[in-house]
Design a protein. Structure first.
Length: 489
């Protein structure tokens, strides 16, 4: 299997910087052991004007068969185990080799030249033998939306001596465009096995996490998202559905970032001499902080932390000794890390905060044992059928002593002059509840999981329609807390 990555440069920005980004010196030929053979990295050319890095993977077909021993198969397929395209055509084997050889580059890490990691490079990528179930048309559908200015997939004939036999299912792939190197490598990591429509190893549940990490920033909005997800996960429906749900949450989170400030946080216009009202978002954070202090919470989960505004506010109060922000969107977490200045934070302060990617509709053992959890303006972004999954993940599995849930009060919407009648406050809100609907839901949740619940208005309370935001404060009952402590002991 063969792959080349080329770039061009100038005396000020030499092309040989590619060696730093790949963590492979242009003057050396290096060899790496992989689970299915030997990978070689070398540079056919390396000058300031042009540099090409080549990855050659020598696959041992006998070792490949031995690793798959016991998986069954038809007796007449024995010869096909040894005589096939696996050692030659780019596939998931090459993707795995990339994670071994170019791990730091895939992660976008480069200590020597950190400033170049985020810069687009003029890239040219070539794969001489790529299986493509779907042909050149599918290759274009997969790569063209990703920013490549040239996507060329030339069909390889079955036999050049017998053109009447037609074309094989293989293509010669050429990609050209200005992209970040890490983005280009991640796209190849996902799309090589997608085009092959096969993987050489058993697809375990952790493949969903691998797909979402590699697809960060491009997969959630890709027009062929469903096909990519299904093929990458070997058409395992349960995993595909899980991945699609998480990708949908990523898309929604990212759409929030692009939206103009929603009416939920709007303030009335005032003159320079008038006192400007406090935005509702700030009032909401203040109410959450007050409730957390009243609960005596020290270790706090911010579930659906977004861009880290609440995490930032929690860090300013030393009584909160451990703060974990969880969000499905890596983009939002990246913004949060910049907002918090994590890279420049002191060791003691940095030890108080953790940012983690995770879907709130799935249980996570690492979220157990905390004093409090906050779901601030989160539930209304989920489809109603997904709420029971979130309920169990938070109240049934994580089980913090205190849970705070804030959500818009739809009754108050008539007071927003800029909001058309019948519209929700944000384009992504799947529902907005009345005070009665919210109280009914919260009461049922509390009853099912051993909590009591109280309700706190957030923002100016209108005598007719109530406050703009409603907050439920769930507190674990004494009996449940005693049982929890006994189990921990």
């Amino acid at each position: 299997m063969f792959l080349t990555i080329s770039t061009t440069g100038t005396p000020e920005r030499p092309a040989t910087d590619l060696g730093y980004l790949l963590h492979k010196h242009p003057e050396k030929a290096q060899t790496f052991s992989t689970s299915h053979g030997t990978a070689h990295v070398f540079y056919p050319e390396a000058s300031a004007e042009r540099c090409t890095a080549a990855l050659l993977l020598e696959v041992d077909p006998v070792a490949l068969v031995r690793r798959g021993k016991g998986r069954g198969g038809a007796p007449d397929a024995a010869l096909a185990q040894y005589v096939n395209d696996r050692p030659y055509a780019a596939s998931s084997l090459l993707s795995v080799a990339m994670t071994t050889v170019f791990k730091s580059a895939l992660n976008g890490a480069c200590r020597a030249m950190p400033e170049r990691v985020g810069e687009p490079l003029p890239l040219r990528i070539e794969v001489p033998a790529l299986p493509a179930r779907g042909g050149a048309e599918l290759v274009h559908k997969l790569f063209a939306p990703l920013g490549w200015t040239r996507v060329e997939a030339v069909a390889v004939p079955l036999d050049e001596q017998f053109p009447e036999w037609g074309d094989s299912r293989y293509v010669r792939l050429l990609l050209e465009g200005e992209l970040r190197l890490a983005d280009a490598l991640r796209q190849l990591y996902v799309l090589l096995p997608v085009l092959d429509d096969a993987k050489h190893y058993w697809v375990a549940p952790d493949e969903v996490d691998k797909l979402l990490r590699a697809g960060e920033g491009w997969l959630a909005g890709h027009p062929e998202q469903k096909l990519i997800t299904s093929r990458y996960l070997s058409r395992r429906w349960g995993l595909t559905r899980q991945a699609m749900e998480r990708l949908e949450l990523v898309r929604l989170a990212e759409s929030d970032d692009l939206e103009v400030e929603s009416v939920d946080n709007a303030v009335d216009e005032t003159t320079d001499t008038e006192e400007k009202p406090v935005p509702l978002a700030e009032q909401r954070r203040a109410a959450v902080l007050e409730a957390l202090r009243a609960a005596g919470a020290a270790r706090v989960l911010d579930l659906g932390c977004g861009q880290g505004q609440l995490v930032q506010a929690l860090l300013k109060d030393v009584r909160f000794t451990e703060i974990v922000g969880v969000d499905v969107s890596m983009r939002a977490l990246t913004v949060a890390a910049r907002r918090l200045k994590l890279d420049r934070m002191g060791e003691r302060q940095a030890g108080r905060v953790t940012l983690r990617q995770g879907a709130l509709t799935y249980t996570d053992k690492q979220l157990k044992g905390y004093d409090a959890a906050v779901l601030s303006e989160v539930i209304e972004h989920l489809d109603l059928p997904r709420l029971p999954a979130l309920e169990y993940a938070v109240f049934g599995s994580a089980r913090p002593r205190t849970v705070l849930v804030t959500t818009p009060n739809v009754e108050y919407n008539v007071r927003w002059e800029t909001l058309p009648a019948g519209h929700v406050r944000h384009g992504d809100h799947r529902f907005e509840w009345t005070r009665e609907e919210f109280r009914d839901w919260a009461g049922q949740v509390a009853g099912r999981h051993g909590y009591t619940v109280a309700f706190v208005p957030v923002g100016p309370e209108d005598p007719e329609v109530g406050p703009p935001t409603q907050m439920a404060v769930f507190t674990m009952t004494t009996a449940q807390e005693t049982t929890k402590e006994a189990k921990a002991a």
